[in-house]
Structure formats: C-alpha cells, structure tokens
Design a protein around this ligand. Sequence first.
Ligand code: BG6
Length: 600
Amino acid sequence: MCGIVGYVGSREAAPILVEGLTRLEYRGYDSAGVAVLNGRGVETRKVAGRITALGELLTRTPVHGACGIGHTRWATHGAPSERNAHPHVDCTGTVALVHNGIIENAEILRARLERAGHRFATETDTETLAHLIEDAPGATFEERVIAGLAPVEGTYGLAVISEADPGKIVVARRGSPLLIGVGAGEYLVASDANAVLQRTRSVVYLNDGDIAVLTPLGYRVLDRAARVQDRAVDDIEWDLETLALGHYPHFMLKEICEQPDSVRATLRGRLLPDEGTARLDGLNLPPARCARVQRIVILGCGTSWHAGLVGRRKPLRLPGTLTVAISQSGETADTLEALRAAKAAGSTVIGIVNVVGSTIAREADGGIYLHAGPEIGVASTKAFTSQLVALLLFALYLGRQRGLALAAGRTLVRELERLPDLVARTLELEPAVRALAERYGDARNALYLGRGVNFPVALEGALKLKEISYVHAEGYPAAEMKHGPIALIDDNTPVVFVAPKDPVYAKVVSNMQEVKARGGRVVAITSEGNGDLRRLADHQLSVPATLPLLSPVLTVIPLQLLAYHIAVLRGCRSSRSCGSRRPTTTSASAPGRTRSRPPP
Ligand code: BG6
C-alpha cells in the first residue's frame, strides 16, 4: 500500500516529510515525492525509486516552507515513474494532493474533465481528484475538497494543499486509513502511525467519511456537511526505539526472535490460574452473552487466515453467530468488508488485532489486542504466534463460561504460562535451520504437510517460503498428499512434515513412509524426546513438547526461520511493486518482501 505524510507547523516541512516517508518504506513503494507551499506557490519534488534519492534531490534543489505533503507510491494506475509519482497537481499547478486507494470511476471522470478542457499530465487515477477540486464550488478550501469528492467512487486517503489557502492541509478518508498527529503548534497527517512518531505520540484516528482541516493553530474534523465532529486523541503504544533494527540484519529475523517477548506480552495479565480461565477485559462479552453464542465465524487474510484456521473448531449450524476478525494491521480491506457485512447481518464482532486504534479495532464490538509490538516485516511472524495465543485465551474464556472443567482450564493456563520460555527454547534451533536452508536453498519446489491444528501451520510454512523466497511451495493436509502432490516428490524436493507428538502423529508418520517410499526427502518438525523418526526422517528439528493445542505456536517457528534463511541465501531482498510481483526496490526491512498490502 502507498504511504501518506503531511506536515503543517513552524518548521521546515521537507525534512519532516522525508523522515516520515522513510518510516513508511517498509510498506513497499516504487516512487516518492513531496509538495511544499513555499510562500509563492506549490513546489514539488519527485523521484522514481528510493527515498534516499528524494532526499538527495532535496539537498541539491531544496524546497522551503512549513506546510507540505509527501507520498510513497505503489503503482496501480499507470507505470511506476517519476511522472506518475505523487503529489499530483491541477491544471493551474496551485492545488497539490497525495492519495492512497483506488478511484473506481476514474476513467469516466477523466473523460468528463477532458471534455471540459482539463489537461492531464499523468496516467494515474489520482490526478482526477486534483482536477475535480480545481473546478469545485465552495467558500472555503475544505468546502471545495468536499464538493470535489462528491462524484468520486472508490477508496481514498487524501491530503491536499492549495496555494490559495497557505498553511492549511485538508484531508479526507474513505476506505484508506488516515490519522492526525497532534504536536505542539504543529500537526501531521499520515496513513500509518509510524510516520508521525518522530514528532508526536498523540494521534487522532479518522473514521471513514471524515474530512479534517489542519493548520498550525489546530485541527478540526468535519463530516460531509462540514459539521464539526468529536474524535478522541489516542497514544501510540510504541516509540521510535521499537522501530529500530538494532543488531539484526532484517526486521523479519528481529521479529522472529522477538517472539518470546511478544507471546509474553499477549499473555500478560490475562491468565487466572486459580479459576483456570482467562481475563479479557476488552472483549465486551459478559457471561450471559457467551451463553447465547451458538456459532463462531472467523475472518482473516493471509497469515491471519491461517491463525483463524488453527483457532477454528467444528461449526455448529445454529443461529446466534459471533464473528471474530483477525488482523495484524487492523486495516486489511477484505477483512474489514467481511466484518462490516457480518455486523450488518446482526452479528456481534470481536477483533483480534495488533495495531491499537486501527479501523477493525474501532469497528469491532470488543476484542483482544495482541500487544506484539510493531511488525515491520511484510511476512507476518510474531503477529501469527500472538494471534494463536489470543485465540487460545479466547477459547479458554469461552470454554470456561460454557462448561469446560476447572481442571482442564487450569492445565491450559499452566501450559500457557510456560509458553514464552518454550518459544525461547525453540529459537535455539536457528543454527540447525540455517544448515537445512543451505542444503535445500536451491530447491525449486517444497511441500509442507500437517494434520489437525498443524495443517494450517503447514500452510503458513509454505506461504512464508513463497512470500519471501519466491520458491514454489505447497501446504497440504498430510492425508491428501497421496491424491496428487505426491507426483512432485523427488530427491531435491524437501517435504516438511509438521509432526509433533499429538493424537494424529501416527497417521502423519504413515504419510512420511509414503514419501520415503518414493525417494523423497523428509524434514520432520517434531517434539523433543521423540526418537521414533531417527530412521525415517532425513532431517529432524525438535521443538519442546507441549499440549497439542499449543503446539502450532512452536512448530511454526522453525518454518519462519527456514523461509528467512532460504531468502537470504537466495539473495531475495526485494519488495512487491504495486500491481506486479516484479521487485523494484530494495530495503533492509525484510529479506524478501517489505511490508506492502494489496491495494484496497
Ligand atoms: C498480506 C501480508 O498482505 O496481508 C500477510 O503479506 C498478512 O503477511 C496479510 O498476513 C493480512 O494482513 P493483516 O494485517 O490483516 O493481518
């Protein structure tokens, strides 16, 4: 997803914009730019490529002024190029704007504007907005922005400046996240809290439909009829230090290694050992409501979907549905849409979300925050294990309300208390995983197999490898392997079995036999103390033994490390460009992809 930052105050805007854009680099981008009101008019600087190049351009040809907007673009309409980079201007060059999202009726609007005499300089859908605002009626700049947006279909997070109204940024949100950073005599706008952290930790999260006006004297949030709206000021949970790479070469490895702490943070203050249950204050699901729940629907995309698959139990075909939306960012468009549909159908919605104050967190009726800290690597790692822990806490809480025995609850609580230490011990497998990566780093295919709660772990292991190493990998239910994927097996295709000692272990072992019978290479992720596989597995990685339900929190860790090390060995250091998987930029954010989202 593209990134937005804007600044208005008393300092030079350009360095603050570049710093903010640097904090958004992890989302992936192909070009970047800024526009600043310099006292005479709008001045823009744009580059195709890295933000460092934008910084260098600004050093050679500085722009001065205390009000400006900046953008990192991940192309959707029009090729990645300097010309198509934001900010975009109207025909007069006096209105400049940056935009995240997609204008769905851009073609129609463009044709209409061209017939009315507007000249377009780019291939983007965004430029349409600048021309619409140019023609829009209104007594104030914000009224013109509101009127300009009226015919627009699609999604936007938007920041606009105008020569006619210097010292003012007008922003608008529909379907793309935006927040205001509240500083002392200065205000920022950004698509992501990380971009304002350099100046402030106080933020106002905008709702869909909000318009906001920022000046050095303050900010106002308006609705479409320009009526002032009340919005709370929140604190960002993390600080600049937590966003630093420290001694790690990549954020992905940093985040994998943070898992003992992130799992501990998800559990902190939530376990009640005597009562054998969990305390989940934000859930908003009192005992009487728990008793009425007949069916649970879990929503999520990518890794969060895999977490949901682990959390899923056999569905009951009954009314009284509770919907659980799982999302690290709390902004994934598809999850949000499904959440809204569930709410509209009358379902209570619970959010399991990492980013405090995100849209899903705000629109859910209650929820469980992960408190896993910022996740910069696009390939989700520590958020996944914290999602699993949050789902276990939720199951424990609900279970105890609905007849789970005290003794069973206490057993689960005791094991959950041990979990951060077990995660730390699992990370000790890293040298062995690195050696495995060296052995299979040039494999062209990989199969990941598992059963029961470890089938989604197999899916997740395959997803991690595909996502950051560009190696074809398939996750499959172990029992299904013989119905097709078995044809892929050869002596350079690692077949990774997620096989902790649990009730389905014996069945997984018989699937391993089938692979061995065809000359395949078996990598077994199993439990410590398991000597059974010595002759069957070519490679064995043993995670600490735990309850079967908790095992995915541990078994996934060697798979995260394997994907990471294979990506590093293969030299994958690219980010996903918008609309194409072709790498266009490099970054230290992750060995493979930097964090970027499909366009909303
Ligand atoms: C994808 C990421 O773009 O979005 C995945 O590559 C992530 O890692 C997925 O799991 C869903 O994101 P979220 O924030 O809703 O958990």
